[in-house]
Design a protein around this ligand. Structure first.
Ligand code: TYM
Length: 326
């Protein structure tokens, strides 16, 4: 039996935080045991906002290193930089010709950016490139956080539209969104998601943060009125976010956390969450320290070659179907 193909990507902008980890990366790592996994540092997506070329080059490699420390294993998964495999953009162009502008106009991430200075065509067509990433390798499942759901819908639509027009070529990919952790919220504003681009560093915890930083960030996390530790996103979004984080790091279910810490008070509860996060992230920090940069770069180069070979076979089929192969 052939194994299911899984694809996912992460932008190498800034630092990788608890939202990325709990929403997506934990699944990336776990899925490697069973599936044919393809993971990609999506650097072409990242240049839709201005980057300093020198810093960006370093950020790309840094992101690859952090992903390896988290557990992405280049020996088991195909792992590479998107920009090094030109088939992504070739397929994106072809898919762009069957994408309605009406559908792109409805993308919420685009709507937030459409009227902002610096908005550009890359940001507008961003979801089409993402669809191409997924469909290029005929992925059947895509582990992502909640915020990517709408983009995944577009990938599914484009697969179906292409198949209807040119022949049954693409599987329709399913999102893999975790039941909990799919939307980790900002520690400073539990109404918005934890994000790499939030100017307030206190809003997030990075997977490489040292124990003191983690403790400090959690101590200062915004909580809600009242003092009982209760899972209730309506009334207590701040505490609910922390409960969910604790549950994911300890494997304890939410009712037992409520039973254990319901009366403990916010201060004590935050300390408990902090220690669980410190302990949970410690292996990642250790693995990161032990990784060798030159070896990491070599592995990425090998990944590029493998990805190009595999992508070429698939992409040739698309060219044939569309009438672009001679
Ligand atoms: P990116 O780089 O913003 O985020 C990487 C992954 O982390 C998830 N995530 C979160 N999950 C829970 N809570 C949060 N606060 C949180 N913030 C981020 C994201 O959902 C994502 O899974 N467009 C994608 C990258 C991409 C991609 C792809 C993903 C490009 N091509 C193809 C899947 C398949 C993005 O910007 O992710």
């Amino acid at each position: 039996m052939t194994r299911k193909t899984v694809f996912s990507g992460l932008q190498p902008t800034g630092n990788i935080h608890l939202g990325n980890y709990l929403g997506a990366l934990r699944n990336w790592v776990a899925l490697q045991d069973e599936y044919d996994c393809i993971y990609c540092v999506v650097d072409l997506h990242a240049i839709t906002v201005p980057q300093d070329p020198g810093e960006f080059r370093a950020d790309r490699h840094e992101a690859a290193k952090v992903l390896m420390a988290v557990g992405v294993d280049p020996e088991r998964s195909l792992f590479y930089f998107q920009s090094q495999v030109p088939h992504h953009t070739e397929l994106a162009w072809i898919l762009g010709t069957i994408t309605g502008t009406g559908q792109l106009n409805r993308m919420t991430q685009w709507k937030d950016k459409a009227d902002v200075a610096g908005s550009n065509l890359g940001l507008y067509s961003y979801p089409v490139l993402m669809a191409a990433d997924i469909l290029l390798f005929r992925a059947e499942a895509v582990p992502v956080g909640e915020d990517q759901k709408q983009h995944l819908e577009l990938a599914r639509d484009l697969a179906q539209r292409f198949n209807a027009r040119f022949g049954d070529e693409f599987p329709v990919p399913d999102p893999i969104i975790p039941k909990r952790g799919a939307r980790v919220m900002s520690l400073q504003d539990p109404a918005s998601k934890m994000s790499k681009s939030d100017p307030d560093e206190g809003s997030r915890i990075l997977v490489l943060d040292d124990p003191d930083t983690i403790r400090r960030r959690l101590k200062r996390a915004v909580t809600d009125s009242g003092r009982d530790v209760r899972y209730d996103w309506e009334q207590k979004p701040g505490i609910s976010n922390l409960i969910e984080i604790l549950s994911l790091f300890t494997g304890k279910d939410i009712p037992s956390i409520e039973a254990e810490y319901g009366e403990a008070g916010y201060g004590t509860f935050k300390d408990v969450v902090a220690e669980a996060v410190v302990e949970g992230l410690a292996p990642i920090r250790r693995a990161y320290r032990d990784l060798d940069d030159a070896e990491g770069a070599r592995l990425m180069q090998r990944g590029t070659l493998d990805a190009r070979t595999r992508a070429e076979g698939y992409q040739q089929k698309v060219r044939e179907l569309v009438g672009l192969a001679d």
